[in-house]
Design a protein around this ligand. Structure first.
Ligand SMILES: [Zn+2]
Length: 94
């Protein structure tokens, strides 16, 4: 894997720098809008809130990406099942 430059130099430890690099790589990727499907033009307004400059759609997602593993798993579940197993979902280490 190509090493991603971080602004930290030798500070904060390699594990944290790697984790940061992983997040920022995902964050900088051009993203496609879930409504108009155009690539690029997606901006993050606040943590977990995203905005499409082209069609004006405002939607929720993960902090640094449009969706997380746990978010995708929950989206596939029926609402009834989410209500019945709240501990199982929050116990998931994602
Ligand atoms: Zn859009």
């Amino acid at each position: 894997m190509k090493r991603i430059k971080t602004p930290f130099g030798a500070r904060y430890g390699s594990t944290l720098r790697k984790r940061y690099a992983e997040l920022i790589q995902e964050y900088r990727k051009p993203k496609s809008c879930p409504r108009c499907e155009k690539v690029g033009g997606i901006k993050r307004i606040k943590i977990g809130i995203w905005y499409c400059k082209k069609c004006g759609a405002k939607f929720t997602g993960a902090a640094f990406a449009l969706s997380s593993d746990i978010g995708r798993a929950i989206r596939r579940m029926p609402v009834k099942e989410i209500a019945q197993k709240p501990n199982e979902i929050s116990g998931n280490n994602i």
